[in-house]
Design a protein around this ligand. Sequence first.
Ligand code: GP9
Ligand code: MN
Length: 637
Amino acid sequence: MDWGKRLIKPDSQVIGIMMVFVVTILAKMMVLHWVMGVRQFFVHAALMNFATLAAIYSLLLYLFPRRYLSVFWGFHLLLTGLIFVNTIYFSHYFTLVPAGIVFQVGQLGGVSESIFALLRPLYFLYFVDTILLRIWIHKRKKPSSEIYETKAYRNGAFALAFIILSISIVGATQLVAHSTEGNLRPANLGMINYHIYDFFRFSQPAPAVDPDQAEEAVMAIEEEEADRRYEGLLEGRNIIVILAESLQTFPMEHRLAGQDITPALNELINKETLYFSNFYEQVGWGNTSDSEFVVHNGFYPSTTTYSYQAYEGNDFYTLPMHLKKQGYSTMAFHGNDPDFWGRRDAYPDQGIDRFFSAEEYEMNEIIGLGLSDYELFKQSIPWLHETPEPFYGFYITVSCHHPFILPEQYQWLDMPAEYDDTYLGHYLQSVHYMDQQIGYFLDVLKEEGFYENSAIIIYGDHQGVDMRNVEIEELVSRFIRKPYEEDEMFRVPLIIHVPGSEINEEITIAGGQIDFFPTIANLVGDPLDPGAVLGQDLLNIKGGFVAKQVHVSAGSFIDNEKIFIMSPEGLYDNSRAWYLETGEPAPLEEARKGYERALAEITLSEYVMENNLIGRVREHGLGGILDNIRFLLELEQ
Ligand code: GP9
Ligand code: MN
């Protein structure tokens, strides 16, 4: 047998073909990396992803020696699809598609309008080379394939795949982990390596908690003022919470060509109201549903998928449950599919006893995602009448949702030319419409006799306009007359309106959605025990603290003086910090403690939730959980 001839010649041809597939995919990935703003790790990510692709293609050759051309092409198509989807996803979420998305595929129908709005014809260019490759492999004469089935060849390819895989994925990932203090991110791993890492992380148990750092965080959370301000202010009242979709604070503070964008809300915050003006969103992958999860539980959302899914089957202790102890009836209203974000299954465990959704509502006026806010409020009145008081009613609005396209007849703001038909213009119209429906709802509550003995709480679930989109950033900066940055993007209002009370106060302490539960618990006269949740009672603390995760790198935070944004590539020294008041840069070292606290809180939260430990937290507090962790660590030694 002429081994030399048979092995070397066709092999080099096949390797050449393989490289065409690898390099074309890699080139497209590098385009995506560039779009994602990967700079410092650009070459590194390209090399790492090249190694991984070469390894996978070698493995494919080993596994499919006869049909390797079609398999190569199939994989090329698959990865191109992934690059395409990642590009769309990145344009909205500014990260790559997370592994946990597999649980969210069912939600896609509901947001199809949003997805189409993000699609750009340019993205289809990704498929051009894939199509050309199909034509090319169809035309070319296949080299004899027998040769690739020889044992020597198969082992050789396998060994190559194995070596490159282990060196590229494990070795290089370790190096990146080392230089970024373990912050593995899309911006330092690149697309395919990040997906592989994310997949393994997703299937791993909760990360290890450093008990000393977590203890410092818990002690900081427990630090409260001695007098309990406003304790019991809401006692006995119905509590009506309106989750205001995509409502940020800035539209409340700026006028548009002489018009108030949120006249109803502005009127509210000037009378009988506690208004939290430095309040921030803390959602994770589950957007609206995560904001519900955070306000009701006082814990962070999951970092892997939407929290109702990630923590399905857990025991919880939530605000609605806390209120039920005081005899409250609990219910939620949402003019959309009850299974959206898994609400139907999640609500009973969250202490929400009745859920009025598209199955109960007459879906007679659809705006964007679902029933109009007007109908959402209006149709709920008979249900309020039939519910024993006091009740807790949680309203999820949907009309003001991306892409913020309102029917013509509801675009009530006179739009100046500079914002006409812009994303910001559409957003402000939608915010205005929602504001007017909230105003209408308050009037109806008055007419129906609910207003005087209720508290009406309104909060924004998350940002509507994203500063990472250059066009939007420019428009909003012009509108608010200062650079539009993360501090403004994450700021959402919290309004607690207490009709007939003497109060009227703007609370400027920094707070986040995680503080909602302990704050309301104090207001209803049943404060939570210290160490019961990871939030604080915003009316009785010295200093606020808001940890961010998921949509910016974990470790980012906001306190009363400054904001710290951990760099996307995971390097502390590349991070940014600035003072909220002046916008002046703050020394990064001033943020080190907050960065550590943010990470400690998020890790502890995930540990509690992933191990279903709320029962224990109820008995022994978060301090008790830390004692357990210490005990387990000692056992391991
Ligand atoms: C629909 C609504 C979706 O259920 O909650 O809003 P989103 O999560 O996309 O912000
Ligand atoms: Mn939302």
